[in-house]
Design a binder for this molecule. Structure first.
Ligand code: MAN
Length: 506
C-alpha cells in the first residue's frame, strides 16, 4: 500500500513536470505538453483520459508519463514514447507546427520555440519572434505586390469589360450587315449565272464557227492532198511508162529494179504483176486506182538523194509523195457581240467574287468575335489583357514562347523552326482556384509519344512574365507565368494570414 502511494506520487511529479512545467512566456494556455489548443478539451486533468481513437481510457496522470498507452499515441503528445504520436509546437510569434513526437528531445531543434527539446542534450534558442518578424516583412512585401498587382488587375478588368461591350456591339453590327451582304452576294450570283449563260451560248456559237472553219480548211487541204497525190501518181506513171505510150506494160514494170521483192537481182513476172495488181497493162486511171497504192510504199521508201539510175524522182527535185499536214485548230477573234458578252460575264464574275469575299470576311470576323465572347478570360475577364501578347524565355537549349489563349512553342537557341507545343485548351485549376493553371494542348506529335502540351501555372506578379519553362515528362512541358491578373487581394490576404500563428492564446 505504501509502495503504491509512492508510485502514484512519483507519477504525479513526473506528470506535472512533463505536462505543465513548460510555459513559454505569458501567452501559452496551460495544457499538456505537445497538445494543440484545438485539442485541449480532450485533455481534462479532472477526468480520466480517453485515447483519441477510443482504444483505451487511462488515469489522467498517465498522460505524458513517457509510457505509450494509446494505440494512436494520443496519451504521449509531449514525449517520444509512442512511435506514432504527434507533438504540437505553438511557436508563438511564428507559425505553429506539428512534428512526429519521436523527434521530441532527439537533439535536433525542430520547433522555433525550442519546445521539442525541453529535456535534451542540446540547447535550442527560441527564435520564433525573429522568424515571425521576417515572415511579416515578407508578407508585407507580398501584400504590397498584391496591392500593386491588384490595381493593375482592376484596369485589366475595366478594359476587358469595355472590350467585351465593344465586341458585342461589333458583333451585332456585323450580324445585321450580314443579311445585306448575303443578299448582295446572292443577287450578284444570279447576275453572274445569267451573264455566264449568255456567254456560254455565245462561246458555243463562236467555237462552232471556229470548228466549221477548221473543217473547211481540212477539207481544202484534203482535196489539195488528193490532187497532189494524183499528180504524184501521174508523175510516177510517166516514169514507169518508159516508152511514153500512155500504157504501162509488165515489161516496163520489170525494168524498175525496186520491184524486185525477193532481191534475186531481177523483177519477175509475178513481181511485176504484184505491182500491177494482176493486170497485164495499166492506163493512168487504172494505175491510180489499183496499182498506185502498191507502188506508193516503194516510192516512199526510196532514198531522197539516191544516185541510182532508176530512181523515180520528180523533175523539180521534190519528193514524189507529198508530206501529210492536218489543220489542228483555228482561233478566231471574238466578234463584237460575243466580246461584249464575255466582258459582261467577266465583270459579273468579278463583282460576285468581290461580294463573296466580303461575305466570307464578315463570317470570319463574326466567328472571331464569337470566340472572344465564348472564351473564359477569368472570373472578371482580367486575363483578356494577355490575349494577343506573346512572352518568351530562354531556358537551357531552347527559347520557349507563350501566347496566352493562342499558342505555345519552342525553338532551339541556335535557330531553326519553332516546334508547336500546343494551342489554347482550357483552365484546369483546382476547385478552390479554377484559374491557377491552364493547358495548351494538341501540339506537334512527339516521336513515339503524346502530342506536345504545356501546363501553365499562374501566380501573382507585378508584370506579365514567363518565369520558368521545363519538360517534366517527355513532350509534356510546364511553364510558370506571373501576371497582375492573378493578384486577387482579398483571397491573398486570407491565404497569408491563415498561415501565420500570430494569435494571443489567452
Ligand atoms: C525535341 C524537343 C524536346 C523533346 C524531343 C522529343 O527535341 O521538342 O523538348 O523532348 O523533341 O523527341
Amino acid at each position: 500500500m505504501i509502495v503504491d502511494y509512492w508510485k502514484v506520487l512519483l507519477c504525479f511529479i513526473i506528470n506535472l513536470f512533463l505536462n505543465y512545467s513548460y510555459i513559454n512566456g505569458t501567452t501559452e494556455v496551460l495544457r499538456p505538453r505537445g497538445v494543440p489548443l484545438t485539442k485541449k478539451s480532450f485533455y481534462d486533468p479532472g477526468k480520466d483520459f480517453q485515447c483519441l481513437d477510443g482504444s483505451a481510457t487511462i488515469p489522467f496522470l498517465l498522460v505524458n508519463d513517457d509510457y505509450c498507452d494509446c494505440d494512436d499515441g494520443s496519451d504521449e503528445p509531449g514525449t517520444s514514447a509512442c512511435s506514432n504520436g504527434l507533438f504540437h509546437c505553438s511557436n508563438i510569434g511564428f507559425v505553429e507546427k506539428i512534428i512526429p513526437s519521436s523527434r521530441v528531445n532527439d537533439g535536433i531543434c525542430d520547433c522555433c520555440d525550442a519546445s521539442d527539446e525541453y529535456n535534451s542534450s542540446i540547447k535550442c534558442d527560441n527564435n520564433c519572434l525573429e522568424l515571425g518578424e521576417q515572415m511579416r516583412i515578407e508578407r508585407e512585401r507580398y501584400l504590397e505586390l498584391m496591392k500593386q498587382g491588384n490595381e493593375i488587375r482592376q484596369t485589366y478588368i475595366a478594359t476587358a469589360k469595355q472590350k467585351i461591350d465593344e465586341t458585342k456591339n461589333e458583333l451585332e453590327t456585323l450580324k445585321s450587315q450580314m443579311n445585306e451582304v448575303e443578299s448582295i452576294k446572292n443577287e450578284k450570283f444570279e447576275v453572274k449565272n445569267q451573264a455566264e449563260e449568255l456567254e456560254k451560248e455565245a462561246l458555243e456559237k463562236h467555237r462552232a464557227k471556229e470548228e466549221e472553219l477548221r473543217k473547211q480548211k481540212e477539207d481544202e487541204e484534203m482535196k489539195n492532198r488528193e490532187i497532189e497525190e494524183t499528180e504524184q501518181a501521174s508523175l510516177v506513171f510517166q516514169k514507169l511508162d518508159t516508152d511514153a505510150d500512155g500504157i504501162i506494160t509488165l515489161d516496163e514494170l520489170k525494168s524498175y529494179s525496186r520491184f524486185d521483192r525477193n532481191n534475186d537481182g531481177s523483177v519477175s513476172d509475178d513481181e511485176a504483176k504484184f505491182y500491177s495488181n494482176g493486170l497485164e497493162q495499166l492506163v493512168l486511171p487504172t494505175f491510180i486506182e489499183s496499182s498506185w497504192p502498191l507502188v506508193k510504199p516503194i516510192i516512199e521508201n526510196e532514198p531522197q538523194h539516191a544516185e541510182e539510175s532508176d530512181e523515180l524522182e520528180h523533175e523539180s527535185g521534190r519528193p514524189l509523195i507529198p508530206t501529210e499536214s492536218t489543220v489542228s485548230s483555228i482561233t478566231l477573234e471574238y466578234d463584237e457581240p460575243t466580246q461584249k458578252l464575255v466582258d459582261e460575264a467577266k465583270n459579273a464574275r468579278d463583282e460576285y467574287n468581290q461580294a463573296e469575299g466580303r461575305y466570307q470576311d464578315i463570317q470570319t470576323k463574326i466567328r472571331e468575335l464569337e470566340v472572344v465572347l465564348e472564351t473564359d478570360f477569368g472570373p472578371n475577364g482580367e486575363y483578356m489583357a494577355l490575349k494577343n501578347q506573346c512572352f518568351e524565355l530562354e531556358e537551357n537549349e531552347y527559347v520557349y514562347k507563350l501566347c496566352p489563349f493562342d499558342s505555345a512553342s519552342q525553338r532551339s537557341k541556335t535557330g531553326g523552326t519553332e516546334t508547336n507545343l500546343g494551342r489554347w485548351g482550357k483552365w484546369i485549376g483546382s476547385e478552390q482556384n479554377h484559374y491557377e493553371r491552364f493547358i495548351m494542348e494538341g501540339g506537334t506529335q512527339c516521336w513515339n509519344g503524346p502530342a506536345r502540351s504545356v501546363i501553365v501555372h499562374i501566380s501573382c506578379g507585378d508584370i506579365n512574365q514567363l518565369m520558368r519553362a521545363s519538360e517534366p515528362n517527355r513532350c509534356e512541358y510546364s511553364y510558370e507565368f506571373k501576371t497582375p491578373a492573378a493578384c486577387v487581394l482579398n483571397q491573398s490576404i486570407h491565404e497569408s494570414t491563415d498561415n501565420v500563428h500570430e494569435h494571443n492564446e489567452l
